[in-house]
Design a protein around this ligand. Structure first.
Ligand code: ATP
Length: 373
């Protein structure tokens, strides 16, 4: 096999300690070549440290890093075909946009530098501003210049360290779509570090959720959202209602397991229940709960304590007889709504719930969610 250095990026038991503090616990991860991968987690979970080890900016305490068959653990940052885009654009202010993008190529004596730089500016839709200076451009445009500069020599892996963090919300949403389009067009491996769950879910093919230096769960956005394997992921990725429940027996013929929560029998799909647990948190996402009985066989009654109209949807807070408050989100699609103080039934299907081992903290991750995102 020809060792071109191209291929999947593999992290093998990659670890980083600072004295007695371990910032990244032994991490095993394979990132498929050409995929858009997100490292997601709250501040301090170790995602930037992981990125810096891949870039060659920090040396791992132990473990290996490979791209395809090539082990790059001991190579210097500049020897790796890996580029990084940071939140700060770090563009040369005295140079034109085109000169900024072709700077690295020219320094290496690439005769095609100008053509490649122009093509890359077209890719990021900045072909018209090549002769402007970075300071004449908006923040979003400067970020795209920085992206063009990182992409121009077609790295094996492009690392993005919270690159959209300095942009306002609307621009950030536009750039998320734009980044995804660019990644699909160039087909390079992108690894995006973010603490914003929505950003990770919008862009990434696969997400690694990190928590306190450990990989918490790995998967595509829909699987992580529909089938979180821990209360941390259930709370950090979107919102969850978690009901304390006991498993009543084995699965029935139709693949459903009965559980009992606060004197009410409920059902959850067998594949949404971990093996061997009897005490569980039964989780349901707010938008999976229905007001009324149409949602499914799982039914609870409570009193509406808050109604918040948010445009496309209305959020209800429904208090259960045991004082727990459930969040229900209903699309504003013209169906009947509930009013404050009304007693309502909330219902959901067995396939819409997920069960988690009750030995975990039900609040894990909830306080870390970045609401402004
Ligand atoms: P953020 O989004 O805030 O950057 P992060 O998930 O990227 O968070 P890291 O920057 O990787 O987190 O940091 C992980 C942990 O390692 C933190 O607790 C941090 O304080 C610690 N850490 C990072 N660099 C050093 C260092 N040079 N010396 C000691 N501790 C460090």
């Amino acid at each position: 096999m020809v060792d071109t250095g191209k291929g999947d990026l593999s992290l093998v038991a990659l670890t980083k300690s600072y004295g007695s503090f371990t910032a990244v616990q032994p991490l095993d991860l394979t990132i498929e070549a050409g995929s858009f991968f997100a490292l997601l987690g709250p501040s301090g979970c170790g995602k930037t440290t992981t990125l810096r080890m891949i870039a060659g900016l920090d040396a791992p305490t132990s473990g290996r890093i490979r791209i395809g068959e090539k082990d790059i653990t001991d190579t210097k940052a500049y020897q790796r075909n890996v580029n990084t885009v940071f939140q700060s654009y770090a563009l040369f202010p005295h140079m034109t946009v085109l000169d900024n993008v072709m700077f690295g190529l020219k320094r290496r004596g690439d005769k095609d530098a100008k053509r490649k730089a122009q093509e890359t500016l077209e890719l990021v839709q900045l072909a018209q501003v090549g002769d402007k200076r970075p300071t004449q451009l908006s923040g979003g445009m400067q970020q795209r210049v920085a992206l063009a500069r990182a992409l121009v020599n077609r790295p094996d892996v492009l690392l993005l360290d919270e690159p959209l963090g300095a942009l306002d919300l609307k621009l950030r949403r536009q750039m998320q779509i734009e980044l995804k389009r660019i990644q699909q067009e160039v087909g390079l491996t992108f690894i995006h570090v973010t603490h914003d769950q929505e950003e990770a879910m919008t862009m990434a093919d696969r997400i690694a959720v990190m928590n306190a230096g450990r990989l918490e769960q790995l998967g595509d956005p829909a699987t992580l959202y529909e089938m979180p394997r821990s209360t941390f992921v259930a709370n950090f990725l979107g919102q969850s209602n978690l009901l304390r429940a006991q498993v009543l027996g084995g699965p029935s013929d139709d693949g459903v397991v009965r559980v009992r929560s606060h004197d009410t029998d409920l059902e959850v799909s067998r594949e949404h229940l971990p093996d061997g647990v009897t005490d569980v948190w039964l989780g349901v996402r707010p938008e999976k709960l229905r007001l009324g009985e149409a949602g499914g066989p799982n039914r609870l009654r409570g009193i509406v304590r808050d109604v918040s109209f948010t445009g496309v949807a209305t959020q209800y807070i429904v208090e259960m007889p045991w004082r727990q408050e459930l969040t229900v989100v209903q699309q504003n699609d013209g169906t009947a709504r509930a009013t404050l103080g009304e007693t309502v039934t909330v219902s959901w299907a067995a396939t819409h719930g997920f069960a988690l081992d009750a030995s975990q903290d039900a609040e894990a991750g909830a306080e870390l969610v970045d609401e402004h995102g």
